[in-house]
Design a protein around this ligand. Structure first.
Ligand code: HEC
Ligand code: HEC
Length: 356
């Protein structure tokens, strides 16, 4: 029997079996994959692996985490990017204990508690549960020489992977087996129902919809309240200079700025780990950053380096953008407050502001 006939035969048997039992039951447990529930409700799984392309999750993991792997003949591949593997900008964990939450301040505190970085790229955990990529402003206002890659990646995870490696990682073109392997690795991080924090009542409604094949779209919408099928992306530009200057111990939190510096900036800039520009915790480093805060035409303004600033010099140096969802202006102002105090007082600032 060909595979198709086998599947058809299987489906017929399945339908007959289901029809034979009067009340078909469907169990949803903590380890039930979210995609299993969604496909039962009639959604098409758009990120499925291609069985002919033989993606290997372990090789995908190596490509993502170290930036190279061994090819199918056992030979080491070229690096995906000269300086930035995916892990420079993406994490592998849920970013909050509730995967629907994307609030940047909740995420920063959570990242701190888990000792993981706070990064511009969306998490790979649950990425196969998403159906669109590079959303909103990436599809509309985004001006960049590689913007077409982001456009074609909008509804195609493989193209989003390729596009991101070119646009943000400044890397090489990935082979099809490498992309398929990365996708296979992503599938090891798919969401399970137990991670969604769904109340029993809602699980029951979904279960009933599956069992009766009624109210499926209502059930789909209930599922969508507990995780993100789409990560919103708002590419905000730097806030006005007059507004930036308004920092004070009342408006800003020193410890939050410190947290951001550690979880974001130092992740990439300490010892030039994932960049060519070194940051550390010396007073003169902070003085340099402070001097450049509001210089319109400097490469070194934290505002233009973090935000989308088309036409600005720092857009050319390719720092990854943090959208409004990934870092708030309040957080950036807390960082300014932290840097300002570190520039003024050096290490004494830690003591001085320990309760702020
Ligand atoms: C220099 C930083 C950087 C590196 C390195 C990087 N990315 Fe990204 N990636 C981003 C940013 C920024 C976004 C857009 C996030 C947003 O939507 O706010 C993104 C988005 C994506 C998306 C779309 C996700 C979504 O939820 O819309 C995919 C897929 C992706 N990256 C895959 C990869 C892979 C695979 C690699 C490594 C081969 C990689 N990226 C390396 C910064 C990076
Ligand atoms: C995901 C990695 C990453 C994170 C996180 C990150 N940066 Fe960067 N940053 C870069 C890269 C890459 C560049 C481009 C120039 C380079 O390679 O150094 C850059 C450029 C800059 C520049 C301009 C300097 C230049 O050489 O063009 C400044 C200033 C800067 N970053 C500050 C910060 C601060 C402050 C933070 C924390 C809020 C931060 N960065 C977070 C990767 C990162």
């Amino acid at each position: 029997m060909s595979n198709v006939t086998k599947i058809v035969a299987l489906l017929i048997t399945l339908t007959l079996t289901l029809a034979a039992t009067t009340a078909p039951t469907y169990e949803i447990t903590a380890s039930t994959p979210v995609w299993e529930v969604m496909t039962r409700l009639g959604k098409v799984n758009v990120n499925q692996l291609d069985p002919d392309k033989k993606g290997i999750a372990r090789k995908g993991q190596e490509l993502v985490m170290q930036g190279f792997t061994s090819n199918l003949k056992g030979k080491k591949t070229a690096r995906t990017s000269p300086k930035m593997p995916c892990m420079a900008c993406h994490t592998l964990q849920n970013e909050y204990d509730n995967p629907f939450v994307i609030d940047p301040q909740k995420r920063l505190e959570y990242a701190d508690s888990l000792d993981i970085p706070f990064l511009p790229g969306t998490p790979f955990k649950g990425i196969v549960n998403r159906v669109f990529f590079f959303n909103d402003d990436y599809q509309t206002i985004f001006e960049n020489e590689d913007k077409l890659l982001v456009k074609t990646g909008h509804n195609n995870i493989r193209k989003a992977i390729q596009g991101c490696n070119t646009l943000y990682a400044k890397g090489r073109k990935l082979d099809y087996w490498e992309i398929e392997s990365i996708l296979a690795f992503f599938w090891t991080m798919e969401l399970k129902v137990g991670e969604l924090q769904m109340p029993e009542d809602d699980i029951d409604i979904v279960k009933k919809a599956i069992e009766t094949n009624k109210d499926n779209s209502k059930a789909v919408n209930i599922m969508r309240r507990y995780y993100r099928e789409v990560y919103p992306a708002t590419l905000i530009t730097p806030i006005a200079i007059e507004k930036r200057k308004k920092i004070s111990p009342i408006l800003n939190s020193f410890s939050n700025g410190k947290r951001l510096y550690r979880r974001a900036c130092l992740h990439c800039h300490a010892n030039k780990r994932y960049s060519n520009y070194k940051l550390d915790s010396k007073q003169k480093t902070f003085q340099f950053l402070k001097k450049n805060f509001d210089k319109e035409n400097s490469y070194y303004s934290i505002y233009t380096a973090m935000r989308y600033a088309p036409g600005h010099k720092s857009e050319k140096c390719n720092a990854p953008h943090f959208t409004a969802e990934r870092m708030s202006d309040q957080q950036l102002q807390d960082l300014r407050f932290f840097i300002t105090q570190m520039a003024r007082l050096g290490d004494e600032a830690y003591d001085y502001y320990k309760n702020f």
